[in-house]
Design a protein around this ligand. Structure first.
Ligand SMILES: [Zn+2]
Length: 270
């Protein structure tokens, strides 16, 4: 889920604001605004299937080509992170599968988790699900930092009930609502670059699952963290926010501040 507020662009130091733009090469005059809540921006390279980093034991066609060209696959792997998969790729629209508990400690799963955290932070975003790096596995990572939050207007932070929390890695998460309270706010997604829409979400949820060492965990979350958890858990069901959005609120990031169409609900708690 994308996270940084649109005003961040005006506040960030140049290096970071460049990082937060949709593309590093975008001219400053374009004034691209940043995502609000759920992660995502910028992957300079299109996430074509063939460019995905492969986690299978069989070498990918790209890796093979690299080998023939004399490029070491090992070197390649250490330098590259997986691309963020974009909407339309089937992996984002189909349910993911559970991770076998006995596999959680494996080198492969630990590497996937490390890569997910790096991809999320590089984007930057406040959450990422494994299908977003092309893997149909039930793994999510999320964090929200004081720094990210500091870029958002104080009144917005308050109404969104947005508070920092440390990195969470949740394997095979199961989410349930803990109350019927809901709120409507704009969301974005790293897999749907450049757009936002209003989504109604529960304000109080509980998520149980396993941490990266295979220990059972349970998280009670409210406000913005609950929203991030719902957004990321939805990814594991093959659901992206556009499947749940209020369609008439859909817009480009550049138009985020423009008034909502008549009949749309007012942003905030319901
Ligand atoms: Zn997303």
């Amino acid at each position: 889920m994308e996270t940084i507020h649109r005003s961040t662009l005006r506040l960030l130091p140049i290096s970071l604001s460049a990082l937060c733009l949709t593309r590093p090469t975008a001219p400053e005059s374009k004034r691209i605004r940043l995502p609000i809540s759920i992660p995502g921006i910028l992957n300079p390279k299109p996430a074509f299937l063939t460019s995905r980093k492969s986690y299978s034991s069989a070498p990918s066609p790209v890796a093979k080509a690299g080998w023939f060209l004399g490029l070491g696959e090992k070197k390649n792997k250490s330098l590259s992170l997986p691309d963020i998969v974009k909407a339309g790729d089937p992996v984002l629209h189909e349910p993911a599968r559970d991770v076998e508990l006995g596999d959680i400690g494996s080198e492969r799963i630990q590497k996937i988790i490390d890569d997910m955290v790096k991809v999320m932070r590089k984007a930057p975003g406040v959450g990422l699900a494994a299908p977003q790096i092309g893997l149909p596995l039930r793994i999510i990572v999320l964090e929200d930092t004081k720094e990210y939050i500091s870029y958002a207007p104080k009144d917005e932070i308050k109404v969104q009930q947005r508070r920092p929390f440390d990195l969470l890695v949740i394997i095979n998460p199961k989410l349930q609502k803990k109350s019927n309270r809901t709120a409507v706010f704009f969301e974005g997604c790293l897999s749907v670059d450049g757009f936002r829409a209003v989504v109604e979400r529960y304000l109080d949820v509980e998520v149980s699952g396993f941490d990266r060492s295979g220990q059972p965990i349970k998280i009670n979350a409210s406000g913005w963290q609950a929203r991030i958890l719902q957004h990321e858990c939805d990814h594991l069901e093959g659901t992206i926010y556009v499947d749940k959005m209020l369609p008439r609120t859909f817009r480009t990031v550049e138009n985020l501040d423009l008034p909502l169409a008549e009949g749309c609900p007012k942003l905030g708690s319901c």
